[in-house]
Each structure stands twice: as C-alpha cells, then as structure tokens.
Write a protein that binds this ligand. Structure first.
Ligand SMILES: [Zn+2]
Length: 217
C-alpha cells in the first residue's frame, strides 16, 4: 500500500486505482467487492486496524466488509441512511437489480455505528453527501485538505478505465440531482488531495473543482 498523505494509505489493487480501499490512520475505509478480500488481508495483516467505515452501500464498496470485520474483530460504521440496505445485503440503486447484474452481492452485516455529519472518524470529519446512495458519506481532513469522496464523483470512468473526473452514471445514483448538490458541497471545500472510490488519487484538484462546476444545475 502507498502512503498518500500523513497517515493516509491506499491499498494496492489490480487494475490499479479501479476499486479503491483506503486506510485512514487505523480505520479501513471501504472494502471493495467480495473478490477483494484476499488483497485486503494480504495488506492489512500485521497492521493495527481499529474499525471499518464505509462511504456507501454499493456492492463494490462493502463486498468484503463482513470478512474484514470478522477477521480483525472490529466494528463496522456506515452512513445512517444506508444502514438498512447494508443490514439486508441490498444495494441501493435507481434501476432495480442493477447492482446484482453488474456485481457479486455483498453479504449483509450489522452496522455498529451510524455515521452522520459532524461525527469524526480518526482525524477526519464525516460529511453527509447523499444522492449516489441515501446515506453516502465523505471523509474530510481540513488541516491538509484531504478528501475521501467515495462515488460522489469518479476519478475516471471505472468501466472503461479511462477519461477524466466525472459524475457517476445517472443509473447508478438513486438521486442524481441530490448527488450533484453533494458534489458542489465538496468542491466548495477546495480540497488539496481527492481520493475517489474509482480513479487515481488527484492532487491537481482544480480538475475536480472544474468537473463539478461543469455539472448541469
Ligand atoms: Zn457506488
């Protein structure tokens, strides 16, 4: 894994940067699909892990969450409005069944702490950024401008594995208009480093702000 900022690591994956998993201090953020389990264990075994937090309830983010919580004996934290979906092993999406056709299902698991704006996770603040899922949250460290934005914006097109910063397809965000509002809220922070659910870490964050500015209102 690679240290991207003080105490912020990105786990390695193949293809690189396609399905991202981060370690913020000793809190694991997101856990890929069910197929990502072994790369997570390989990189986390022997390290201190105190909790596992989620950006949102999609199968490519909480697929290995149950396995992670069981292996390391840690709590699972997720956005309050995604708790029900996670505990039923469902994926929230606009098109019924879309997730199941595209991705292997994630096992249901219990959420120990429902995250809301104002909470802290390590030295990051929790921000409510709904739209791509009802309980989507982002993690923000104001001191050095590090933003973990989940899927509010994508760093590139994860299906084609190329392209610039863009919003997710409308079909994968249950409330596309609300997601755009969340994107504007994040761009207004003027982050210094943006860490996406999909796409490479971005330090030239003007590209992030510009992409958000271009979104239709
Ligand atoms: Zn997503």
């Amino acid at each position: 894994m690679k240290e991207l900022a003080d105490g912020v690591w990105q786990l390695s994956g193949r293809p690189a940067d396609n399905i991202n998993i981060y370690l913020l201090g000793d809190v694991l953020v997101d856990a890929g699909t069910v197929l990502d389990r072994s790369r997570i264990f390989k990189q986390l075994d022997g390290r201190d892990v105190s909790a596992h937090a989620l950006t949102h309830a999609h199968f490519d983010h909480f697929g290995s969450s149950k396995a992670v919580c069981e292996r390391y004996g840690v709590e699972f934290w997720a956005g309050a409005d995604d708790v029900e979906a996670i505990e039923r092993g469902k994926m929230v999406g606009k098109v019924p069944g879309l997730g199941r056709r595209m991705l292997p299902a994630a096992p249901a698991l219990k959420v120990n702490r429902a995250l809301r704006e104002g909470d802290t996770v390590g030295d990051f603040a929790v921000l409510d950024t709904p739209g791509h899922s009802p309980g989507h949250v982002s993690f923000w460290r104001e001191s050095d401008g590090v933003l973990v934005c989940g899927d509010v914006m994508w760093g590139y097109n994860p299906f084609l594995m190329r392209g610039g910063v863009r919003e997710p397809y409308p079909a994968v965000s249950p409330d596309h208009a609300l997601n755009r509002e969340s994107a504007r809220k994040l761009a207004a922070l003027r982050p210094q480093l943006v860490l996406f659910g999909h796409g490479a870490p971005l330090r030239d964050t003007e590209r992030f702000v510009h992409a958000v500015d271009q979104l239709p209102t």
